[in-house]
Write a protein that binds this ligand. Structure first.
Ligand code: ARG
Length: 458
Protein backbone atom coordinates (compact mmCIF):
# COMPACT_ATOMS: atom_id res chain seq x y z
CA UNK A 1 0.00 0.00 0.00
CA UNK A 2 1.24 3.50 -0.84
CA UNK A 3 1.96 5.82 2.09
CA UNK A 4 -0.44 8.36 0.55
CA UNK A 5 -4.05 8.28 1.64
CA UNK A 6 -5.11 8.20 -2.01
CA UNK A 7 -2.49 5.72 -3.17
CA UNK A 8 -4.90 3.36 -4.94
CA UNK A 9 -5.51 5.43 -8.03
CA UNK A 10 -1.91 6.54 -8.55
CA UNK A 11 0.87 4.89 -10.51
CA UNK A 12 3.59 7.40 -9.65
CA UNK A 13 4.50 9.45 -6.56
CA UNK A 14 5.43 13.14 -6.47
CA UNK A 15 9.11 13.80 -5.72
CA UNK A 16 9.97 15.33 -2.35
CA UNK A 17 10.26 18.86 -3.69
CA UNK A 18 6.77 18.60 -5.18
CA UNK A 19 5.44 17.26 -1.87
CA UNK A 20 7.07 20.19 -0.11
CA UNK A 21 5.24 22.67 -2.32
CA UNK A 22 1.92 20.93 -1.77
CA UNK A 23 2.28 20.42 1.98
CA UNK A 24 0.77 22.60 4.69
CA UNK A 25 2.06 20.65 7.69
CA UNK A 26 4.72 23.28 8.49
CA UNK A 27 1.93 25.65 9.51
CA UNK A 28 -1.23 23.61 10.00
CA UNK A 29 0.42 21.60 12.78
CA UNK A 30 -0.68 24.69 14.68
CA UNK A 31 -4.18 23.22 14.49
CA UNK A 32 -3.36 19.91 16.19
CA UNK A 33 -5.54 20.52 19.25
CA UNK A 34 -8.55 21.59 17.17
CA UNK A 35 -8.04 18.71 14.74
CA UNK A 36 -8.03 16.16 17.53
CA UNK A 37 -10.99 17.79 19.25
CA UNK A 38 -12.94 17.61 15.97
CA UNK A 39 -11.94 13.99 15.40
CA UNK A 40 -12.93 12.96 18.91
CA UNK A 41 -16.38 14.52 18.40
CA UNK A 42 -16.69 12.80 15.02
CA UNK A 43 -15.68 9.38 16.40
CA UNK A 44 -18.07 9.76 19.35
CA UNK A 45 -20.91 10.56 16.96
CA UNK A 46 -20.00 7.67 14.62
CA UNK A 47 -20.30 5.26 17.55
CA UNK A 48 -23.55 6.76 18.84
CA UNK A 49 -24.95 6.39 15.33
CA UNK A 50 -23.74 2.74 15.23
CA UNK A 51 -21.53 3.48 12.24
CA UNK A 52 -18.56 2.17 14.23
CA UNK A 53 -18.64 0.29 17.53
CA UNK A 54 -18.17 1.97 20.92
CA UNK A 55 -14.97 -0.07 21.37
CA UNK A 56 -13.61 1.16 18.07
CA UNK A 57 -14.46 4.73 19.04
CA UNK A 58 -12.70 4.30 22.40
CA UNK A 59 -9.59 2.96 20.74
CA UNK A 60 -9.60 5.82 18.19
CA UNK A 61 -10.14 8.45 20.89
CA UNK A 62 -7.41 7.04 23.13
CA UNK A 63 -5.06 6.87 20.15
CA UNK A 64 -5.80 10.49 19.26
CA UNK A 65 -5.20 11.65 22.83
CA UNK A 66 -1.87 9.86 22.93
CA UNK A 67 -0.83 11.44 19.64
CA UNK A 68 -1.77 14.88 20.96
CA UNK A 69 0.23 14.33 24.14
CA UNK A 70 3.26 12.97 22.29
CA UNK A 71 3.21 15.83 19.80
CA UNK A 72 2.87 18.49 22.50
CA UNK A 73 5.83 16.91 24.31
CA UNK A 74 7.88 17.12 21.12
CA UNK A 75 7.97 13.39 20.48
CA UNK A 76 6.38 13.28 17.02
CA UNK A 77 7.87 14.60 13.78
CA UNK A 78 5.22 15.13 11.13
CA UNK A 79 6.14 14.57 7.47
CA UNK A 80 5.66 16.79 4.43
CA UNK A 81 5.03 13.69 2.33
CA UNK A 82 1.88 13.24 4.42
CA UNK A 83 0.89 16.74 3.41
CA UNK A 84 -1.09 18.17 6.27
CA UNK A 85 -2.11 17.81 9.90
CA UNK A 86 -5.15 15.69 9.02
CA UNK A 87 -3.27 13.03 7.05
CA UNK A 88 -0.31 13.02 9.41
CA UNK A 89 -2.56 12.33 12.39
CA UNK A 90 -4.54 9.68 10.54
CA UNK A 91 -1.34 7.96 9.45
CA UNK A 92 0.03 8.05 12.98
CA UNK A 93 -3.26 6.72 14.34
CA UNK A 94 -3.30 3.75 11.96
CA UNK A 95 0.34 3.03 12.84
CA UNK A 96 -0.62 2.95 16.51
CA UNK A 97 -4.03 1.24 16.62
CA UNK A 98 -4.12 -0.59 13.30
CA UNK A 99 -6.94 -0.77 10.77
CA UNK A 100 -9.56 0.62 13.17
CA UNK A 101 -7.82 3.97 12.75
CA UNK A 102 -8.93 3.90 9.14
CA UNK A 103 -12.58 4.04 10.24
CA UNK A 104 -12.28 7.55 11.66
CA UNK A 105 -12.61 9.17 8.26
CA UNK A 106 -16.03 7.58 7.59
CA UNK A 107 -18.58 10.18 6.52
CA UNK A 108 -15.99 12.94 6.66
CA UNK A 109 -13.55 14.65 4.30
CA UNK A 110 -10.51 16.80 4.92
CA UNK A 111 -12.64 19.60 3.48
CA UNK A 112 -15.10 19.72 6.37
CA UNK A 113 -12.33 18.66 8.75
CA UNK A 114 -10.08 21.62 7.97
CA UNK A 115 -13.06 23.97 8.02
CA UNK A 116 -13.98 22.63 11.48
CA UNK A 117 -10.42 23.13 12.72
CA UNK A 118 -10.35 26.69 11.42
CA UNK A 119 -13.73 27.57 12.93
CA UNK A 120 -12.65 26.20 16.33
CA UNK A 121 -9.30 27.96 16.13
CA UNK A 122 -10.68 31.31 14.99
CA UNK A 123 -13.40 31.27 17.64
CA UNK A 124 -10.89 30.63 20.42
CA UNK A 125 -8.45 33.25 19.19
CA UNK A 126 -11.11 35.90 18.64
CA UNK A 127 -12.17 35.35 22.25
CA UNK A 128 -8.52 35.74 23.31
CA UNK A 129 -8.23 38.97 21.33
CA UNK A 130 -11.39 40.31 22.98
CA UNK A 131 -9.88 39.60 26.43
CA UNK A 132 -6.64 41.36 25.49
CA UNK A 133 -8.59 44.38 24.23
CA UNK A 134 -10.49 44.53 27.53
CA UNK A 135 -7.29 44.37 29.52
CA UNK A 136 -5.78 47.19 27.43
CA UNK A 137 -8.95 49.23 27.88
CA UNK A 138 -8.63 48.87 31.67
CA UNK A 139 -5.11 50.28 31.43
CA UNK A 140 -6.31 53.21 29.32
CA UNK A 141 -9.00 54.01 31.89
CA UNK A 142 -6.41 53.84 34.68
CA UNK A 143 -4.17 56.26 32.80
CA UNK A 144 -7.08 58.57 32.03
CA UNK A 145 -8.27 58.63 35.63
CA UNK A 146 -4.88 59.92 36.74
CA UNK A 147 -4.97 62.71 34.17
CA UNK A 148 -8.44 64.23 34.09
CA UNK A 149 -6.86 67.54 35.17
CA UNK A 150 -3.75 67.26 33.00
CA UNK A 151 -4.05 69.81 30.24
CA UNK A 152 -2.44 69.33 26.86
CA UNK A 153 -2.79 70.94 23.46
CA UNK A 154 -5.42 69.33 21.28
CA UNK A 155 -4.49 69.30 17.61
CA UNK A 156 -6.08 69.50 14.22
CA UNK A 157 -3.77 69.24 11.17
CA UNK A 158 -1.10 68.61 13.82
CA UNK A 159 -1.34 72.35 14.61
CA UNK A 160 -2.25 73.39 18.16
CA UNK A 161 -6.01 73.87 18.20
CA UNK A 162 -7.61 74.01 21.68
CA UNK A 163 -6.52 72.89 25.13
CA UNK A 164 -7.90 69.49 26.11
CA UNK A 165 -7.61 67.06 28.97
CA UNK A 166 -4.98 64.33 28.57
CA UNK A 167 -7.60 61.89 29.84
CA UNK A 168 -9.99 62.92 27.10
CA UNK A 169 -7.31 62.40 24.48
CA UNK A 170 -6.33 58.90 25.53
CA UNK A 171 -9.94 57.86 26.11
CA UNK A 172 -10.50 58.25 22.36
CA UNK A 173 -8.55 55.01 21.99
CA UNK A 174 -10.77 53.34 24.56
CA UNK A 175 -13.76 54.04 22.30
CA UNK A 176 -11.98 52.86 19.15
CA UNK A 177 -11.15 49.62 20.94
CA UNK A 178 -14.72 49.40 22.22
CA UNK A 179 -15.92 49.40 18.61
CA UNK A 180 -13.23 46.85 17.69
CA UNK A 181 -14.43 44.62 20.50
CA UNK A 182 -17.99 45.02 19.26
CA UNK A 183 -16.93 43.93 15.77
CA UNK A 184 -15.06 40.88 17.10
CA UNK A 185 -18.04 39.93 19.26
CA UNK A 186 -20.43 40.32 16.38
CA UNK A 187 -18.22 38.24 14.10
CA UNK A 188 -18.51 35.31 16.51
CA UNK A 189 -22.03 34.78 15.14
CA UNK A 190 -20.46 33.87 11.81
CA UNK A 191 -17.45 32.02 13.23
CA UNK A 192 -19.28 29.88 15.76
CA UNK A 193 -20.83 27.52 13.16
CA UNK A 194 -20.21 23.84 12.57
CA UNK A 195 -19.26 22.68 9.07
CA UNK A 196 -18.53 19.13 10.29
CA UNK A 197 -20.40 16.44 8.40
CA UNK A 198 -20.59 18.42 5.16
CA UNK A 199 -17.96 15.89 4.04
CA UNK A 200 -16.26 16.64 0.71
CA UNK A 201 -19.04 18.89 -0.59
CA UNK A 202 -22.39 17.11 -0.83
CA UNK A 203 -22.91 15.56 2.60
CA UNK A 204 -22.77 11.80 3.08
CA UNK A 205 -24.80 8.61 2.71
CA UNK A 206 -23.72 7.46 6.19
CA UNK A 207 -26.37 8.08 8.87
CA UNK A 208 -24.29 10.74 10.66
CA UNK A 209 -25.75 13.25 13.12
CA UNK A 210 -24.35 16.69 12.40
CA UNK A 211 -26.25 18.21 15.30
CA UNK A 212 -24.50 15.89 17.70
CA UNK A 213 -21.03 16.94 16.57
CA UNK A 214 -22.19 20.57 16.61
CA UNK A 215 -23.20 20.13 20.26
CA UNK A 216 -20.06 18.17 21.18
CA UNK A 217 -17.88 20.91 19.73
CA UNK A 218 -19.98 23.58 21.39
CA UNK A 219 -20.78 25.39 18.14
CA UNK A 220 -23.72 27.78 18.45
CA UNK A 221 -24.92 27.10 14.93
CA UNK A 222 -24.68 24.76 11.96
CA UNK A 223 -24.16 25.32 8.23
CA UNK A 224 -27.41 24.63 6.38
CA UNK A 225 -25.64 23.96 3.08
CA UNK A 226 -22.80 21.46 2.73
CA UNK A 227 -21.17 23.32 -0.18
CA UNK A 228 -21.25 26.55 1.78
CA UNK A 229 -19.83 24.77 4.82
CA UNK A 230 -16.64 23.68 3.03
CA UNK A 231 -16.08 26.74 0.85
CA UNK A 232 -16.93 29.59 3.21
CA UNK A 233 -13.91 31.66 4.24
CA UNK A 234 -15.86 34.86 4.90
CA UNK A 235 -15.27 34.51 8.62
CA UNK A 236 -11.53 34.46 8.02
CA UNK A 237 -11.68 37.58 5.88
CA UNK A 238 -13.90 39.22 8.49
CA UNK A 239 -11.44 38.33 11.26
CA UNK A 240 -8.52 39.63 9.19
CA UNK A 241 -10.48 42.84 8.64
CA UNK A 242 -11.27 43.22 12.32
CA UNK A 243 -7.63 42.60 13.20
CA UNK A 244 -6.46 45.06 10.55
CA UNK A 245 -8.74 47.79 11.85
CA UNK A 246 -7.63 47.16 15.43
CA UNK A 247 -4.03 47.39 14.21
CA UNK A 248 -4.85 50.65 12.42
CA UNK A 249 -6.15 52.01 15.73
CA UNK A 250 -3.08 50.81 17.59
CA UNK A 251 -0.85 52.38 14.96
CA UNK A 252 -2.58 55.74 15.30
CA UNK A 253 -1.99 55.59 19.05
CA UNK A 254 1.59 54.38 18.44
CA UNK A 255 2.24 57.39 16.22
CA UNK A 256 1.15 59.70 19.03
CA UNK A 257 3.37 57.90 21.52
CA UNK A 258 6.27 58.33 19.12
CA UNK A 259 5.53 62.03 18.69
CA UNK A 260 4.90 62.64 22.39
CA UNK A 261 8.25 61.08 23.28
CA UNK A 262 10.31 63.27 20.93
CA UNK A 263 12.64 65.93 22.34
CA UNK A 264 10.43 68.44 20.53
CA UNK A 265 7.29 67.42 22.43
CA UNK A 266 8.57 65.73 25.64
CA UNK A 267 4.93 65.09 26.62
CA UNK A 268 5.75 61.62 27.89
CA UNK A 269 8.80 59.59 28.83
CA UNK A 270 8.73 55.93 27.89
CA UNK A 271 10.07 53.47 30.37
CA UNK A 272 13.52 52.09 29.58
CA UNK A 273 11.95 48.64 29.68
CA UNK A 274 9.93 49.47 26.56
CA UNK A 275 12.64 51.36 24.66
CA UNK A 276 15.89 50.53 22.93
CA UNK A 277 19.20 52.29 22.41
CA UNK A 278 21.42 52.98 19.44
CA UNK A 279 24.51 51.00 18.54
CA UNK A 280 26.33 54.21 17.57
CA UNK A 281 24.65 57.20 19.27
CA UNK A 282 25.06 56.80 23.04
CA UNK A 283 22.40 59.37 23.92
CA UNK A 284 19.57 57.68 22.03
CA UNK A 285 16.47 56.11 23.51
CA UNK A 286 14.12 54.98 20.78
CA UNK A 287 10.41 54.13 20.89
CA UNK A 288 10.94 50.87 18.96
CA UNK A 289 7.89 49.09 20.39
CA UNK A 290 5.54 51.81 19.22
CA UNK A 291 7.26 51.97 15.82
CA UNK A 292 6.99 48.21 15.39
CA UNK A 293 3.29 48.27 16.19
CA UNK A 294 2.85 51.07 13.66
CA UNK A 295 4.86 49.07 11.14
CA UNK A 296 3.07 45.79 11.65
CA UNK A 297 -0.16 47.19 10.21
CA UNK A 298 1.50 46.51 6.87
CA UNK A 299 1.45 42.78 7.45
CA UNK A 300 -2.09 42.49 8.79
CA UNK A 301 -3.52 44.65 6.00
CA UNK A 302 -1.50 42.59 3.53
CA UNK A 303 -2.98 39.35 4.86
CA UNK A 304 -6.49 40.79 4.50
CA UNK A 305 -5.84 41.83 0.88
CA UNK A 306 -4.24 38.49 0.12
CA UNK A 307 -7.26 36.52 1.38
CA UNK A 308 -9.74 38.73 -0.48
CA UNK A 309 -7.83 38.09 -3.70
CA UNK A 310 -7.52 34.36 -2.98
CA UNK A 311 -11.28 33.99 -2.59
CA UNK A 312 -12.22 36.15 -5.55
CA UNK A 313 -13.43 34.10 -8.50
CA UNK A 314 -13.03 30.79 -6.67
CA UNK A 315 -15.66 28.31 -7.86
CA UNK A 316 -17.52 25.99 -5.47
CA UNK A 317 -16.73 24.01 -3.51
CA UNK A 318 -13.27 23.23 -2.06
CA UNK A 319 -10.19 24.28 -4.04
CA UNK A 320 -6.64 23.94 -2.84
CA UNK A 321 -6.31 27.71 -3.01
CA UNK A 322 -8.12 27.66 0.32
CA UNK A 323 -5.04 26.20 2.00
CA UNK A 324 -3.67 29.74 1.64
CA UNK A 325 -6.06 30.94 4.36
CA UNK A 326 -3.86 29.76 7.19
CA UNK A 327 -0.48 31.45 7.38
CA UNK A 328 -1.93 34.95 7.04
CA UNK A 329 -4.54 34.37 9.71
CA UNK A 330 -2.06 32.77 12.10
CA UNK A 331 0.35 35.64 11.61
CA UNK A 332 -2.34 38.32 11.93
CA UNK A 333 -3.57 36.81 15.19
CA UNK A 334 -0.04 36.51 16.55
CA UNK A 335 0.63 40.11 15.53
CA UNK A 336 -2.45 41.71 17.05
CA UNK A 337 -2.13 39.77 20.30
CA UNK A 338 1.51 40.74 20.65
CA UNK A 339 0.78 44.37 19.81
CA UNK A 340 -2.04 44.63 22.35
CA UNK A 341 0.12 43.16 25.11
CA UNK A 342 3.09 45.38 24.33
CA UNK A 343 0.95 48.49 24.08
CA UNK A 344 -0.63 47.83 27.44
CA UNK A 345 2.79 47.43 29.07
CA UNK A 346 4.10 50.50 27.30
CA UNK A 347 1.39 52.86 28.55
CA UNK A 348 1.34 51.31 32.02
CA UNK A 349 5.04 52.08 32.45
CA UNK A 350 5.35 55.48 30.73
CA UNK A 351 5.53 58.80 32.57
CA UNK A 352 3.23 61.65 31.59
CA UNK A 353 5.14 64.92 31.91
CA UNK A 354 2.31 66.98 33.35
CA UNK A 355 4.39 70.13 33.98
CA UNK A 356 5.69 70.14 30.45
CA UNK A 357 2.15 69.69 29.10
CA UNK A 358 0.68 72.56 31.10
CA UNK A 359 3.66 74.77 30.13
CA UNK A 360 2.97 73.95 26.49
CA UNK A 361 -0.58 75.27 26.48
CA UNK A 362 0.61 78.54 27.99
CA UNK A 363 2.98 79.11 25.09
CA UNK A 364 0.57 78.79 22.20
CA UNK A 365 -2.63 80.22 20.78
CA UNK A 366 -4.82 77.27 21.66
CA UNK A 367 -6.96 79.63 23.78
CA UNK A 368 -7.85 81.85 20.79
CA UNK A 369 -11.31 80.30 20.38
CA UNK A 370 -11.94 81.22 24.03
CA UNK A 371 -11.28 84.87 23.31
CA UNK A 372 -13.76 84.74 20.44
CA UNK A 373 -16.30 82.99 22.69
CA UNK A 374 -15.71 85.67 25.32
CA UNK A 375 -16.64 88.37 22.79
CA UNK A 376 -19.70 86.35 21.78
CA UNK A 377 -20.75 86.32 25.46
CA UNK A 378 -20.63 90.13 25.26
CA UNK A 379 -23.04 90.10 22.33
CA UNK A 380 -20.53 90.25 19.45
CA UNK A 381 -21.56 87.99 16.50
CA UNK A 382 -19.18 85.00 16.28
CA UNK A 383 -17.99 85.85 12.76
CA UNK A 384 -17.01 89.39 13.87
CA UNK A 385 -15.38 88.02 17.02
CA UNK A 386 -13.35 85.59 14.88
CA UNK A 387 -12.07 88.50 12.77
CA UNK A 388 -11.12 90.60 15.81
CA UNK A 389 -9.29 87.71 17.51
CA UNK A 390 -7.50 86.86 14.25
CA UNK A 391 -6.08 90.41 14.21
CA UNK A 392 -5.07 90.19 17.88
CA UNK A 393 -3.29 86.88 17.24
CA UNK A 394 -1.48 88.37 14.24
CA UNK A 395 -0.31 91.30 16.40
CA UNK A 396 0.94 88.85 19.03
CA UNK A 397 2.84 86.83 16.42
CA UNK A 398 4.56 90.04 15.26
CA UNK A 399 5.52 90.87 18.84
CA UNK A 400 6.41 87.31 19.86
CA UNK A 401 3.87 87.18 22.70
CA UNK A 402 0.76 85.16 23.55
CA UNK A 403 -2.83 86.13 24.41
CA UNK A 404 -2.21 86.10 28.16
CA UNK A 405 0.61 88.66 27.67
CA UNK A 406 -1.52 91.26 25.84
CA UNK A 407 -2.05 94.36 28.05
CA UNK A 408 -5.69 95.21 28.87
CA UNK A 409 -5.39 98.59 27.13
CA UNK A 410 -4.60 96.83 23.88
CA UNK A 411 -7.52 94.46 24.29
CA UNK A 412 -9.82 97.36 24.92
CA UNK A 413 -8.49 99.16 21.86
CA UNK A 414 -9.63 96.13 19.83
CA UNK A 415 -13.01 95.87 21.56
CA UNK A 416 -14.39 97.93 24.40
CA UNK A 417 -16.24 94.99 25.96
CA UNK A 418 -13.03 93.22 27.00
CA UNK A 419 -12.43 93.56 30.76
CA UNK A 420 -9.88 92.52 33.36
CA UNK A 421 -11.63 89.12 33.71
CA UNK A 422 -10.27 88.14 30.28
CA UNK A 423 -7.03 86.78 31.82
CA UNK A 424 -8.91 84.35 34.00
CA UNK A 425 -11.09 83.46 31.08
CA UNK A 426 -8.12 82.65 28.85
CA UNK A 427 -6.40 80.49 31.44
CA UNK A 428 -6.28 76.97 29.89
CA UNK A 429 -7.69 75.41 33.06
CA UNK A 430 -10.77 77.56 32.80
CA UNK A 431 -11.02 76.81 29.08
CA UNK A 432 -11.59 73.19 30.07
CA UNK A 433 -13.88 73.95 32.99
CA UNK A 434 -16.29 75.87 30.77
CA UNK A 435 -16.68 72.92 28.41
CA UNK A 436 -19.81 71.30 29.73
CA UNK A 437 -21.32 70.06 26.47
CA UNK A 438 -21.97 66.32 26.43
CA UNK A 439 -18.87 64.30 25.53
CA UNK A 440 -16.62 67.35 25.77
CA UNK A 441 -13.18 67.68 27.34
CA UNK A 442 -14.40 69.56 30.45
CA UNK A 443 -13.45 67.83 33.72
CA UNK A 444 -17.07 67.00 34.59
CA UNK A 445 -17.77 65.63 31.12
CA UNK A 446 -14.62 63.52 31.19
CA UNK A 447 -15.54 62.13 34.61
CA UNK A 448 -18.95 61.18 33.25
CA UNK A 449 -17.32 59.59 30.20
CA UNK A 450 -15.03 57.56 32.45
CA UNK A 451 -18.03 56.30 34.42
CA UNK A 452 -19.78 55.19 31.24
CA UNK A 453 -16.60 53.47 30.05
CA UNK A 454 -16.12 51.70 33.38
CA UNK A 455 -19.69 50.46 33.41
CA UNK A 456 -19.16 49.02 29.91
CA UNK A 457 -16.15 47.05 31.12
CA UNK A 458 -17.76 45.88 34.37
N1 ARG B 1 -4.40 21.10 3.82
C1 ARG B 1 -5.69 21.35 3.25
C2 ARG B 1 -6.10 22.81 3.52
O1 ARG B 1 -5.52 23.38 4.36
C3 ARG B 1 -6.72 20.46 3.83
C4 ARG B 1 -7.85 20.16 2.94
C5 ARG B 1 -7.36 19.37 1.79
N2 ARG B 1 -8.45 18.95 0.97
C6 ARG B 1 -8.27 18.47 -0.27
N3 ARG B 1 -9.32 18.12 -0.91
N4 ARG B 1 -7.08 18.42 -0.82
O2 ARG B 1 -6.97 23.34 2.89
Amino acid sequence: MSSKAWGGRFEAQPEDWVDDFNASIEFDKNLINQDIQGSIAHATMLANQHIITQDEAQSIIQGLKNIQKDFNEGNIEFKASLEDIHLNIEHELIQRIGETGGKLHTGRSRNDQVATDMHLYTKEEVQNIIELIKSFQHEIIKLAEEHVDTIMPGYTHLQRAQPISFAHHVMTYFWMLERDKGRFNDSLKRIDISPLGAAALSGTTHPIDRHETQALLDFANIYENSLDAVSDRDYIIETLHNISLTMVHLSRFAEEIIFWSTDEAKFITLSDAFSTGSSIMPQKKNPDMAELIRGKVGRTTGHLMSMLVTLKGLPLAYNKDLQEDKEGLFDAIHTVKGSLRIFEGMIASMTVNTDRLSETVKKDFSNATELADYLVSKGVPFRTAHEIVGKIVLNCIHKGIYLLDVPLSEYQAQHSSINEDIYDYLNPENCLKRRKSYGSTGQDSVKHQLNVAKSLLA
